[in-house]
Design a protein. Structure first.
Length: 175
C-alpha cells in the first residue's frame, strides 16, 4: 500500500529491498580553510538493505560505503583523508549505517541511527526528503549532518570542517 504523507514522500509497500550500489550515492559538503571554502565530494555505496514493515515506524535500514572511495576532486586531499590521520581507510575499509528508529516528526520522516567510521559509532539523524515507490522498488533521498569529531577524526581543526552535510540518494530493488 502506498500512501503519500507529504508531497514528495510515499510509504513503500512492506517488504525487503536491496540497495543497488551502481545507482546510489552519498554526497557531502564541508567547510574548510577556517570556514572560507567548501569541499564537495562523494563516497561509493557498496551495499544496503531496507526492510519496510507494518507499522512503517518499525522499518529498518542498513548500508555500507567504501572509505577508500572518498573523492573530492583533489587527489592530494583525497589521499590525506583516506590516510591514518583521518579515515584510516586501510584499517577501516567500511563506513556503515544502521537505523535505530524511524518516526514522523513535524510532518517529516526522520531516520535515526548510527554511523560507524574509523571503528567508532556515533548517532546520526537523517531527514527523508524524498521517497518514490513503484512495482519494482523504491528511490529514497535523505539529508543530515555528520560530526567527524564524534568518530575520533579530529586532525586539522579549523583547516578541515568538523561537520559534513550529507545527501544520500538510494535506489533499491524489491527482493
Amino acid at each position: 500500500m502506498t500512501a503519500p504523507t507529504t508531497s514528495t514522500v510515499e510509504i513503500p509497500a512492506a517488504g525487503t529491498y536491496r540497495v543497488e550500489p551502481s545507482t546510489s550515492t552519498i554526497g557531502f559538503s564541508a567547510k574548510h580553510l577556517f570556514g572560507n571554502g567548501t569541499v564537495k565530494g562523494s563516497f561509493a555505496v557498496t551495499s544496503g538493505e531496507i526492510v519496510v514493515t507494518e507499522p512503517v515506524t518499525a522499518s529498518q535500514v542498513s548500508a555500507s560505503a567504501s572509505a577508500q572511495s572518498f573523492e573530492s576532486a583533489n587527489p592530494k586531499r583525497d589521499a590525506q583523508v583516506k590516510s591514518a590521520s583521518f579515515l584510516h581507510a586501510e584499517a577501516n575499509p567500511e563506513i556503515t549505517f544502521r537505523s535505530t528508529e524511524l518516526l514522523e516528526q513535524g510532518g517529516q520522516w526522520v531516520l535515526r541511527g548510527e554511523i560507524t567510521a574509523r571503528g567508532t559509532s556515533a548517532p546520526v539523524e537523517l531527514t527523508v526528503v524524498e521517497s518514490r515507490a513503484d512495482a519494482s522498488g523504491l528511490t529514497l533521498r535523505a539529508t543530515g549532518t555528520v560530526d567527524r569529531y564524534a568518530h575520533g577524526i579530529t586532525k586539522m581543526k579549523g583547516m578541515a570542517g568538523r561537520y559534513l552535510a550529507v545527501d544520500i540518494s538510494a535506489h533499491a530493488i524489491r527482493t
